[in-house]
Design a binder for this molecule. Structure first.
Ligand SMILES: Nc1ncnc2c1ncn2[C@@H]1O[C@H](COP(=O)(O)OP(=O)(O)OP(=O)(O)O)[C@@H](O)[C@H]1O
Length: 269
């Protein structure tokens, strides 16, 4: 198995997924997403967004090509394990049932069953840093099953970030969050991917499924619109998310207005 130290881009060609006799994804092309970029994946309920993410993180067996750094990723799970440490995947349902504290969860994610005090200290500091950035230090000693839905969602994000992945795959990471935490989490994700690492390149890239198109407009660089298992639009934001695309995809009327900072905001009727 080849050694993989990071992932610099992710893309897909003609990716299809069937479950039983039903085809869920019909030949999806995902032009490469590079480090430093946030790609929003949007589309109606049941369109295939989570299914696409399952393919990207190795949870579903698909036809077509998944490309990391422009190179097809081998299909056998054994081969794909090489990439796993570089992927931070947060699923839609993040229920963590283990009766351990949030801090224990973040330490076990880093596999810190070490006797080395120095390593343990480093991992503890990293866990504390992530909790601090997400503004959830106060949850460190709480048992995971006692957390609220929103708190659990932020802890799941912390669990992914603590491993410093180069590819973040986030399935509706803000669905249970209040207004302040929605902005805070997406700002943190954007800053995380744009941060320049020791090699002088942005640290990571993020693919984020979002239902709130205004959050996509504010925090993502590009958008992939999925409708009925197909890509119906793809490109830079805000121009790709035209009123026509919104009407066709979601079947709603609306208009774009400018907010006080001059940014485009969608008002749907
Ligand atoms: N295990 C499964 N067996 C059969 N059908 C499935 C399975 N998982 C998903 N599907 C179907 O695949 C389609 C796409 O589902 P998916 O969860 O990818 O949609 P989504 O775009 O993420 O939707 P939502 O916005 O509601 O989360 C849906 O019609 C769903 O019913």
């Amino acid at each position: 198995m080849q050694a993989v130290t990071s992932i610099s881009s992710v893309g897909a060609e003609n990716l299809s997924l069937s479950i039983g006799r039903r085809t869920i994804l019909h030949g999806i092309d995902l032009p490469p997403v590079h480090r430093g970029e946030v790609l929003a994946i949007v589309g109606p309920n049941g369109a295939g967004k989570s299914s696409l993410m399952h393919c990207l993180c190795g949870l579903a067996k698909f036809d077509g090509r998944l490309l990391f750094d422009g190179v097809p990723v081998p299909a056998p799970a054994r081969e794909r394990r090489a990439w796993a440490p570089h992927i931070g995947y947060v699923p839609q349902n993040t229920g963590i049932r283990a009766k351990i504290s949030v801090m224990e969860l973040l330490l076990s994610a880093q596999k810190s069953h070490t006797r080395s005090v120095a390593v343990h200290k480093k991992e503890l500091e990293r866990a504390e840093r992530v909790l601090e950035r997400l503004d959830i230090m106060h949850l460190g000693q709480r048992l995971c099953p006692t957390l609220s839905g929103g708190q659990m969602q932020m802890v799941a994000l912390a669990q992914a970030l603590v491993l410093s992945p180069t590819l973040l795959l986030l399935d509706e990471p803000t669905s249970a969050l209040d207004l302040r935490h929605q902005s805070q989490s997406l700002k943190l994700i954007r800053n995380y991917v744009r941060k320049i690492d020791e090699g002088g390149t942005p640290r990571a890239m993020a693919l984020v499924i979002l239902h709130d198109l205004n959050l996509a407009l504010r925090y993502a660089d590009r958008v992939l619109v999925i409708d009925d298992g197909r890509v119906s639009a793809h490109g830079a934001l805000p121009e790709t998310l035209s009123l026509d695309v919104v009407q066709r995809t979601f079947g709603v009327e609306g208009e774009f207005v400018q907010d006080s900072r001059g940014e485009q905001v969608l008002v749907a009727y």
